[in-house]
Design a protein around this ligand. Structure first.
Ligand SMILES: [Zn+2]
Length: 1006
C-alpha cells in the first residue's frame, strides 16, 4: 500500500510508544497460547455444553449486535470484567484475534453485483481444517447481512453439522456459529455462508466510484481489503496468517466487464447476466484478494517471461495513451525484480487498474494492483518531472510488493514494515534501475526518506517500528511513516553494512523459504545472518537489528579527537545518546544501539582514510589513522546510517572551512547530511544556532542538487517556525547594521533579516542557473534521464520566489499575464506550480478566478492538482475561506483532494489561522469522512498545527485535544509535542538565532 507524498510535506503519521521489547514472534507465541488454552476450554465446553447454551441465549439475544450491546452499558464494568475472565476461554469471539481452532484452506466465492441498485449478494463456501476440536465457528464479517450459515463435514461419514445458533459480534467484527456437536481435530469441513450488503460509498471494502464520459456519469465498483476490510465483502478468516486459495465468480450486468487477481477461466451468459469465473489463486492472505466491475478499456503488453501486463482505465484516458508509460515501466520492472530476487513473478498476469477515487495512492493486490489515477496515468505534454518521478516510484513500490507482501506476507501487522519498508526502499533501487541518472538511492533517498523520518522519530511521542498491535484501530495506525520510511532507512543501512551481493543472497533465501506463506522479522534476520556466515562473517543480524526495531528513536553519535589516549593523534572518542528535539528526559534515556559508524578523516585536499567502527556502549575510544590539528573528522560516510552525527565546535569549523575551500572533497550525500544534521542539532539545542547558518554560507559554490534540496527543506522548516514573529523589539538600529548594504532596503525586523540572509545565499547560484526554456517537457513513452540541472534550477526559483526575490516575482507575474492575454500556457511544466502559486499570491482576484476556471476545465490530473494547490496561495482571506468551504461541499473537489486544500491553505502564512480554525470547526465532518484512512487524517492534523508557535496557540491546541481527546489518537499527541517544541525554541533559541543574523559578517560572509 502506498500513500501519496508531497514535496514539502512534513512527517505525519500515527503511532504510540510500544509497551515492551518482546520479539516478533509474539504472534506465534499467542497462537501457541491459544492452542494451549483450547484444551482446558474443550473440557469445560464439553462438560457444560447445555448450561452454556442457555447462557448464550441469555446474554447474546436473538439478533446481531445484542451480544456487544450487552457488554457495553455503563455501570456494568465490574460485572463485565468478571464475566470476561470467567468466559474468555469459552467465548472465543470475545478475543480480538481469531481463536485458531479452524484454518481455512480454500474459498469458493460467488458474488452477484447489482450495478443498478449498488448492492451485492454472495455465497461463500470455505473449506476449513479443524486444528483443535471446537463447537464454535468464528470468522470475520462486518457490515454484512448474513442470511444463512451451514456447516458440513467432508469425506466419508460426512454430512451436515447442525448449527445451534449464529450471531454477529460487532465489537470484534466477527460472525459466530455455535454447533450442536464438536468439529473434530484433523478433519476438514465446509462452512457455507450466504450474505448481502450495499456497495459502499466509503472507499473501503467493496465500494463504488464514478467518472464522467461524454457528459454521462459512469460507475465502477472495486475493492480495497487491506488491512481489515475483506470482511466487509464476504465472511472470511481476515488475518494475514490465514492464507488460503480462492476460486471467485462474479455475476453482473453484461455491459460491464470484471477483473480479479487471476485470469478469466470461463464466461457464461444467462437471464441477462454474465458470470465470469476466475482461475484459482495460489495461497494468499484475504486482504490481497481483489475484484472490480467497470466499463474501462485497456492496453496490454507482455513481459519477457510471458506475463500478460494490462492497464485498465477510463476509455478516454486509454485512448489518449495516458497509461502507456506505466505499462512500459511495469514490464521492465518485472524483469528487474525477478533478476534481483532470483524468484519468478508468481501469477500468469498482472493488471494495473486506474480508478478515479481511492483511499490510498495505490494498493498491491496480487495480480490486480489498484492505483488512484494521479499515480498511474501520465500526460507527458503537461506533466512536470516531479510528478513523473512520484508516479514512477508508486509503480515501482507496488510491483515490489508482488514479492514483499503478496508472495511473502508479514505474520501480523506489528511487522508491517517488513513489506512496506522493503517496498519503500525498493522505490529508490528500482527507479535507479529504470533511470540510473536519477541517482535515487544514493541521493534522493537522503532528503526524501532519511531526513524526513528522522524529524518524526526524534520526538518522544514516536514509537518503535515493530509495535504491539491488538485491535482494528491499532492495525490502521501501523501504516505510518515510521513503518515506511524508518523501515526503508534501516533496510538501506543493513544492505550497506552487509554489502549488496550478500544482502541479495539473504533476500533470495528468505523469499524462497517463505513463499506463499508468512514470515516475521526473526525469519528475515536468520536468513541474512546465514548469508553473512556463508561469506565467513559471523554477525548476528537479529541481535544488531533488535536495537533498531524494538526501540523507538535513534542515536546522535558525537565524534571527537581523543583527549586522553596516547598518542592522542591516533584515537577518536565516540559517544551515543538518544536524539530528542525536546530536552525533557534526554539525560536519563538508557537506550543504546549497536551503531555501524563509518568515520572519514580528511584535510584541505582529500579524504585520507575511512574506518568502520561498531559502537556498543555509551562512550568508546577507537584507534584510527594519523591526525593533526587541521584534520577533520566526518561520521556516517554517505549517510548510509540511521543516526545523526555531532562534533565539537572545532571540528565543525574545520568542516565548514573545507566546504568553503573545496566542497567536492566531501561527498554529495555527506554535504546534504551535514546540512540536515546541523540544522536539526541546532533546533534541538545540541549546537549553537549560528553553526548551520554558517555552514550554508558555502552554498554559492554548491553545484549539486541534493545539498540545495537538503538546505531548502531545512530553511522552509525554520521559516515555518519564524513566520509570524516580527522581531522589531529585538533590534535597535545599530551603527554596524546601518552600514550593511542589506539587499536594497535596510531591514530592521527579524523576519526581514532572515529572508534577506536566505536570498543572499541563493542569489548567485540562482542567477547563474537562470530559468528553464518553455519547450514541452518529456517525450511520452521513454523518460528522459532526470536532469539534476533542471531540478536545481527549479529548487532555486522556488527559494527565490518564496523568500521574496523581486525579480523572480516579476517573471512569474509576466508568465501569468501572458497566459491570460494569449490564452496559451507557455510556462515550463517543471516550474508551473511555483509560477501559479506566486501569481495567485501577488496578483488580483481575476487571476484567482482564471485559475479556478482552468482547474474546472483541465482534464490532466497532474495539472488539476497544481491548479488546485495554486488557489490556496491567495493573500485574500475571503477567497481562502471560499475555497476551504468548497473543498468539503463541492463535487468539483475530489474527496482525496480536500485534505490537500486545507493543508495547503495552512502552509500559506495568510491562511494559517483560517486553516487551523476551519479544521477545528469542521472536525466532526472531517473525522467522519476520513476517520479510517488515518494517513490522510494525520497529514491533515500535522498540516494545520505544525506552524503554531505561540503560548496562546498551544493552549488552543490543548483545549481542542481535551474536548476531542478520545477520538483524536496519536496524531494529535504528536502535534502537541511539535507545537511545544516550537514554543520552546522561541523561548530558548530565537534570540541567539537573530543575534547571529544581525552580527553575521557582510554579504560575502566567507
Ligand atoms: Zn506499500
Amino acid at each position: 500500500m502506498r500513500d501519496g507524498r508531497e514535496r514539502w510535506a512534513a512527517a505525519v503519521p500515527g503511532g504510540r510508544p510500544r509497551a515492551g521489547g518482546e520479539r516478533a514472534a509474539g504472534v506465534r507465541r499467542s497462537l501457541v497460547l491459544a492452542l494451549a488454552l483450547a484444551v482446558p476450554t474443550l473440557i469445560a465446553v464439553t462438560a457444560a455444553a447445555v448450561a452454556l447454551g442457555v447462557r448464550f441465549e441469555e446474554c447474546a439475544g436473538p439478533e446481531e449486535g445484542a451480544a456487544a450491546a450487552a457488554t457495553r452499558g455503563p455501570g456494568r464494568r465490574g460485572r463485565q470484567r468478571a464475566e470476561e475472565e470467567e468466559a474468555a476461554a469459552a467465548r472465543p469471539w470475545r478475543e480480538s484475534r481469531l481463536p485458531g481452532s479452524l484454518r481455512p484452506r480454500h474459498y469458493d466465492l460467488r458474488v452477484d453485483v447489482g450495478m443498478d441498485n449498488f448492492t451485492f449478494a454472495g455465497d461463500v463456501s470455505i473449506q476449513v481444517e479443524c486444528v483443535n476440536a471446537t463447537r464454535f465457528v468464528v470468522l470475520h464479517a462486518h457490515a454484512l447481512q448474513v442470511s444463512s450459515v451451514s456447516v458440513t463435514a467432508d469425506g466419508p461419514g460426512g454430512g451436515a453439522v447442525r448449527v445451534q445458533r449464529r450471531f454477529l459480534f460487532p465489537a470484534n467484527q466477527m460472525l459466530v456459529a455455535v454447533l450442536h456437536r464438536e468439529l473434530k481435530a484433523s478433519r476438514t469441513y465446509r462452512v457455507n455462508v450466504s450474505f448481502h450488503a450495499a456497495i459502499q460509498d466509503e472507499l473501503l471494502g467493496f465500494f463504488r466510484s464514478s467518472y464522467t464520459l461524454d457528459g454521462e456519469r459512469r460507475y465502477l465498483a472495486v475493492t480495497q481489503f487491506s488491512p481489515t476490510h475483506a470482511r466487509k465483502a464476504f465472511p472470511c478468516f481476515d488475518e494475514p496468517a490465514y492464507k488460503a486459495t480462492f476460486s471467485l465468480s462474479l455475476r453482473h450486468d453484461p455491459q460491464y466487464t470484471s477483473l480479479a487477481n487471476m485470469p478469466t477461466e470461463s464466461v457464461a451468459d444467462g437471464d441477462g447476466w454474465i458470470t465470469r469465473r476466475f482461475a484459482r489463486t495460489p495461497r494468499m492472505s484475504t486482504y490481497y484478494l481483489a475484484w472490480a466491475v467497470c466499463n474501462f478499456t485497456s492496453r496490454e503488453t507482455r513481459s519477457d517471461g510471458g506475463v500478460a501486463i494490462r492497464l485498465f482505465a477510463r476509455p478516454d484516458a486509454i485512448a489518449s495513451g495516458a497509461g502507456d508509460y506505466s505499462l512500459h515501466i511495469t514490464k521492465r520492472l518485472l524483469g528487474f525484480y525477478q533478476d534481483f530476487f532470483q524468484v519468478q513473478y508468481s501469477l500468469p498476469k498482472l493488471d494495473l487498474l486506474a480508478v478515479p477515487k481511492h483511499p490510498y495512492a495505490a494498493m498491491e493486490n496480487w495480480g490486480l494492483s489498484v492505483f488512484v489515477e494521479q499515480k498511474v496515468l501520465l500526460d507527458a505534454r503537461v506533466s512536470s518531472a516531479s510528478y513523473r518521478m512520484e508516479l514512477t516510484m508508486v509503480v515501482v513500490h507496488e510491483i515490489c510488493h508482488q514479492w514483499f507482501g503478496d508472495l511473502v506476507t508479514p505474520v501480523w501487522w506489528e511487522d508491517v514494515w517488513l513489506k512496506e519498508g522493503f517496498a519503500h526502499y525498493f522505490e529508490y533501487v528500482g527507479t535507479d534501475f529504470l533511470f540510473p541518472k536519477w541517482n535515487m538511492e544514493k541521493q534522493r533517498f537522503l532528503t526524501d526518506v532519511l531526513h524526513e523520518v528522522m524529524l518524526l522519530d526524534g520526538l518522544s511521542s514516536s514509537h518503535a517500528i515493530s509495535q504491539e498491535v491488538r485491535d482494528a484501530a491499532d492495525i490502521h495506525r501501523v501504516f505510518d511513516w515510521i513503518a515506511y520510511k524508518k523501515g526503508a532507512a534501516l533496510i538501506r543501512m543493513l544492505a550497506n553494512v552487509m554489502g549488496q551481493r550478500v544482502f541479495r543472497k539473504g533476500l533470495n533465501a528468505y523469499l524462497l523459504s517463505h513463499m506463499y506463506g508468512n514470515a516475521a522479522r526473526d525469519d528475515l534476520w536468520r536468513k541474512l545472518s546465514e548469508a553473512m556466515r556463508s561469506e565467513g562473517r559471523d554477525v548476528d543480524v537479529g541481535a544488531v537489528m533488535d536495537g533498531w526495531t524494538l526501540q523507538m528513536g535513534y542515536p546522535v553519535v558525537t565524534v571527537s579527537k581523543s583527549r586522553s589516549e596516547r598518542p592522542a593523534t591516533r584515537y577518536v572518542t565516540v559517544s551515543q545518546e538518544r536524539f530528542l528535539y525536546g530536552q525533557g528526559g534526554r539525560g536519563n534515556s538508557s537506550l543504546r544501539w549497536q551503531v555501524p559508524l563509518t568515520v572519514a578523516m580528511g584535510n584541505g585536499s582529500r579524504v585520507c582514510s575511512e574506518t568502520l567502527i561498531w559502537i556498543h556502549n555509551k562512550t568508546e575510544t577507537h584507534r584510527v589513522g594519523e591526525m593533526d590539528d587541521g584534520t577533520w573528522l566526518l561520521g556516517n560516510v554517505n549517510q548510509t546510517g540511521y543516526f545523526r552525527v555531532n562534533y565539537d565546535l572545532q571540528n565543525w569549523n574545520l568542516l565548514i572551512r573545507q566546504l568553503r575551500a573545496d566542497p567536492q572533497v566531501i561527498s554529495v550525500g555527506n554535504r546534504a547530511g551535514l546540512i540536515d544534521d546541523a540544522f536539526n542539532l541546532a533546533r534541538a539545542g545540541y549546537l549553537p544556532q549560528g553553526v548551520p547558518l554558517q555552514l550554508i554560507g558555502y552554498l554559492a559554490e554548491e553545484t549539486a542538487f541534493l545539498p540545495w534540496h537538503a538546505a531548502s527543506r531545512a530553511l522552509y522548516q525554520l521559516d515555518k517556525l519564524l513566520d509570524r514573529t516580527d522581531d522589531y523589539a529585538l533590534f535597535s538600529v545599530s551603527p554596524s547594521l546601518a552600514r550593511q548594504p542589506v539587499a536594497s532596503t535596510l531591514c530592521l525586523c527579524g523576519l526581514c533579516l532572515w529572508q534577506d540572509y536566505v536570498l543572499k545565499q541563493v542569489a548567485s547560484r540562482y542567477h547563474q542557473m537562470g530559468w528553464p526554456s518553455n519547450a514541452a517537457n518529456g517525450d511520452g513513452g521513454g523518460l528522459r534521464a532526470s536532469d539534476q540541472t533542471e531540478e536545481l534550477q527549479r529548487e532555486l526559483i522556488m527559494l527565490a520566489c518564496s523568500f521574496g526575490k523581486k525579480e523572480c516575482h516579476r517573471r512569474a507575474v509576466a508568465y501569468i499575464s501572458d497566459w491570460i492575454s494569449s490564452n496559451k500556457n507557455r510556462i515550463p511544466p517543471n516550474i508551473r506550480d511555483v509560477i501559479y502559486c506566486t501569481g495567485v499570491s501577488l496578483m488580483d482576484e481575476d487571476v484567482w478566478e482564471f485559475i479556478w476556471m482552468k482547474f474546472h476545465s483541465s482534464d490532466a490530473v497532474s495539472e488539476k492538482k497544481i491548479l488546485l494547490e495554486a488557489l490556496t496561495c491567495s493573500d485574500d482571506a475571503f477567497l481562502l475561506n471560499r475555497l476551504l468551504n468548497l473543498s468539503l461541499t463541492s463535487d468539483l473537489v475530489a474527496e482525496q483532494d480536500a485534505v490537500d486544500v486545507v493543508v495547503h491553505v495552512g502552509r500559506n502564512p495568510r491562511g494559517r489561522k483560517l486553516a487551523w480554525r476551519f479544521f477545528r470547526d469542521k472536525w466532526d465532518v472531517l473525522n467522519a469522512r476520513y476517520g479510517e484512512a488515518l494517513f490522510m487524517n494525520s497529514r491533515l492534523i500535522n498540516g494545520v498545527t505544525e506552524f503554531l508557535n505561540m503560548e496562546a496557540e498551544l493552549s488552543e491546541l490543548k483545549d481542542f485535544i481535551q474536548s476531542n481527546g478520545v477520538e483524536a489518537g496519536p496524531a494529535l499527541v504528536r502535534a502537541l509535542e511539535v507545537v511545544e517544541g516550537n514554543v520552546r525554541w522561541h523561548r530558548l533559541h530565537r534570540r541567539h538565532f537573530y543575534e547571529w543574523l544581525r552580527e553575521a559578517p557582510g554579504p560575502s560572509r566567507r
